[in-house]
Ligand binder design. Structure first.
Ligand SMILES: [Zn+2]
Ligand SMILES: [Zn+2]
Length: 337
C-alpha cells in the first residue's frame, strides 16, 4: 500500500509500505476515500513545527471499512466512517472521563499524521490501522457527502466546539473570529452562526479568506481599534499579535477559544484579562463525541465546509496540491467495497 510521507522540509512523497494488519479483536482496517489537509499539515510539510520527519501525513478523513476484529460491533466492511485524529481506547479512566486526548492505553499524544506518541500512520495512506474501532470510528449517516465531512476528524469539529461551547453559555453572544490559518477561522464563522451567535465579526488581513467569511455570514469591515465588546472570541490564528488583539477585544466575562496552534510562547495581556474576568481556553479538542452533531449541521445545510475546500484532487495530484497556499485540499480515492 502507498503512504504519503514527509521526508524533510518541503519533501512530500508517496512511498510503498507493507499493508497493516489487524492487531487484535477490537481493531479495524480502513481505506481513506476523502482525506482533507488539516491547517497544520502545510506547516508539517514545511518543517516549521516541533515534529521531525520522516512520518506519514494526514489526520482528517472519511474512510471505508475494509476489515474488523471479532469484538468490533459498531461498524463492518463497507461502512463509511469518520476517523478522528486521536488514537484512544475508549475504556481507560481518562477516556471514560471524556478526555480521550489523554488516553493512557497508548503513549501520550498518540495520533495519526504526526510523530508525537509513536507512529500510527497517516490518513492520506491507502490503508490505515485503527486499534480501537468501536471507540474511535463514527459511521456516516446515509446520504451524507463524504467530501463535505472529510474534515470532521479535526478542523471542522474543532471549529464547532470552539464556537458553540462559549456561545451556548451566553445570551445573544457577540462573536469575533480572528482568522489566519487556511480553514479554521472561516469554519468557526459558520459554526458561530449555526450556534446562534447574535453577530459574528471576522478579523484577518487575507482578502480571500475575508470573502469566504462574508459568504459564511460574518462582517469584516471592522474598526481599526477593536473595543471590548466581544462575548466570545475564537482565535484561529498562528500570529501571536492577532491573538493578543483578540484577547483585548473580550467583553467583561468573555471567553476566548484559542484553536490556532502557536508553537512559541505568545505575550498574553493577563492584567487586562484579569480586570475583565475573562476565560482563555486552549486545547487539542476531543472531537469524537461531537462528530455526530457536526454531521447533522452539514446534512441540514447549516454549515458548508466545502467552501473552504475548493480543490478536490486525486492521489497523483496530492503532493503538488498539498503545498499550495491558502485553501484546504481534499484527496480522493475510489471505493473498493
Ligand atoms: Zn489537525
Ligand atoms: Zn483510553
Amino acid at each position: 500500500m502507498k503512504e504519503l510521507i514527509v521526508h524533510g522540509p518541503g519533501q512530500l512523497q508517496w512511498v510503498e509500505a507493507p499493508s497493516p494488519s489487524l492487531s487484535g479483536p477490537r481493531s479495524a482496517l480502513v481505506r481513506p476515500i476523502a482525506s482533507a489537509s488539516c491547517d497544520l499539515d502545510r506547516r508539517l510539510i514545511a518543517g516549521v513545527t516541533p515534529f521531525k520527519p520522516p512520518f506519514a501525513l494526514g489526520h482528517e478523513c472519511v474512510a471505508e471499512v475494509l476489515e474488523v476484529g471479532d469484538e468490533v460491533s459498531s461498524v463492518r466492511r463497507g461502512d463509511l466512517v469518520s476517523v478522528p485524529w486521536k488514537i484512544a481506547c475508549g475504556s481507560c479512566p481518562q477516556c471514560l472521563a471524556g478526555r480521550a486526548t489523554a488516553c493512557t492505553t497508548v503513549p501520550p499524544h498518540a495520533a495519526y499524521g504526526v510523530p508525537a506518541g509513536g507512529h500510527w500512520g497517516g490518513l492520506f495512506s491507502e490503508v490505515v490501522h485503527v486499534p480501537f474501532a468501536d471507540a474511535m470510528l463514527v459511521p456516516l449517516p446515509p446520504g451524507l457527502n463524504p467530501l463535505a465531512v472529510a474534515s470532521a476528524s479535526d478542523n471542522l469539529t474543532d471549529a464547532w466546539v470552539a464556537a458553540s461551547r462559549p456561545i451556548a453559555a451566553r445570551e445573544d453572544a457577540r462573536v469575533l473570529v480572528v482568522g489566519g490559518t487556511e480553514s479554521l477561522g472561516v469554519l468557526a464563522v459558520q459554526m458561530a452562526v449555526a450556534a446562534g451567535a447574535a453577530s459574528v465579526d471576522y478579523l484577518d488581513d487575507n482578502e480571500y479568506r475575508r470573502d469566504l467569511a462574508v459568504r459564511s455570514g460574518a462582517k469584516v469591515e471592522l474598526d481599526k481599534v477593536l473595543d471590548e465588546r466581544y462575548d466570545v472570541v475564537v482565535s484561529a490564528t498562528r500570529d501571536p499579535q492577532a491573538l493578543h488583539r483578540g484577547l483585548l477585544a473580550l467583553a467583561p466575562g468573555g471567553h476566548c477559544s484559542c484553536i490556532g496552534i502557536i508553537f512559541e510562547d505568545p505575550k498574553i495581556p493577563l492584567f487586562g484579562m484579569y480586570l475583565r474576568d475573562v476565560t482563555l481556553s486552549v486545547g487539542a479538542c476531543n472531537v469524537r463525541p461531537h462528530i455526530p452533531t457536526v454531521f447533522d449541521l452539514v446534512s441540514s445545510g447549516r454549515c458548508d465546509p466545502l467552501l473552504v475546500s475548493p480543490s478536490v484532487v486525486s492521489c497523483d495530484e496530492a503532493t503538488e496540491a498539498l503545498v499550495q497556499p491558502l485553501a484546504k485540499c481534499i484527496v480522493v480515492r475510489e471505493r473498493i467495497t
